[in-house]
Write a protein that binds this ligand. Structure first.
Ligand code: SF4
Length: 227
């Protein structure tokens, strides 16, 4: 594994103190030299760091932070730098399994799809489409949400599509409305470049949004550090 820094040993990486702006530091980790890089983003926390995915022979062989991205200026945290390695884990499930007589058994994709379709039809027949619900993630990309809506709403005809967006983001939106009169965040990460004080309430940024915390550490390491 080639890596520009060991993010497990040193979560936030070396200090790159502010010099009027937040300096670029590109963090990178690869197992092989990629044929090409594909623009993407890390979705393992809500920070949303810009990330390039290194590809060789159609498979992920590495990641690097995007230097031009305004969120991370090239940095990635331990999750972004290491999470993708699980894609090649030899014990990863690559075939469908069906539970028969209490035991999971390998099945073909046709068998799995036929089972899902027949069970869904049976539920709709007995209880209507309203008996089917989806619980999804807030970490999908636009195309995936689109495909999900086609299957759930247009295909199965259920209005019941919920996700961690209600349990997590909706509570934040409600609190923002009460505090600031709008459910959109009133600030931007770029405000951290100039703010005179940082107050964290109920949020362990150093643990949960490591790249954003590195930004604050770099402000503290530069001129006019915030209180
Ligand atoms: S802070 Fe870490 S987990 Fe969050 S988006 Fe950036 S690299 Fe991914």
């Amino acid at each position: 594994m080639e890596q520009s820094r060991d993010s497990i040993q040193d979560i936030w990486g070396p200090r790159t103190g502010y010099t009027g702006h937040w300096p670029v530091r590109v963090d990178e980790q690869t197992t092989e030299t990629p044929d090409h890089w594909v623009q993407s983003a890390c979705v393992l926390c809500s920070n949303g760091c810009g990330m390039d995915i290194g590809v060789k022979d159609g498979r992920i062989v590495g990641v690097r932070g995007r230097a031009v991205d305004r969120i991370n200026h090239g940095r990635l945290g331990p999750k972004g730098l290491n999470g993708w390695v699980a894609n090649h884990s030899p014990d990863r499930l690559t075939k469908p399994q069906i539970r028969r007589n209490g035991k999971l058994e390998d099945a073909t994709w046709e068998e799995a799809m036929e089972l899902i379709v027949s069970k869904s039809k049976q539920i709709i027949k007995e209880h209507t489409s309203g008996a089917i619900g989806f619980y999804t993630s807030g970490q999908l990309f636009l195309e995936e949400y689109y495909a999900l809506a086609i299957v759930g709403k247009a295909g199965l005809g259920t209005p019941h599509m919920d996700g961690n967006t209600r349990l997590c983001t909706a509570t934040a939106a409600a609190a923002l409305k009460v505090s600031f009169g709008t459910d959109g965040q009133p600030g931007s990460y770029t405000d951290l470049d100039t703010t005179e004080a940082v107050l964290l309430v109920g949020h362990n940024m150093a643990s949960q949004q490591t790249v954003l915390w590195a930004r604050i550490l770099d402000r503290l390491a530069g001129p006019n550090p915030p209180a």
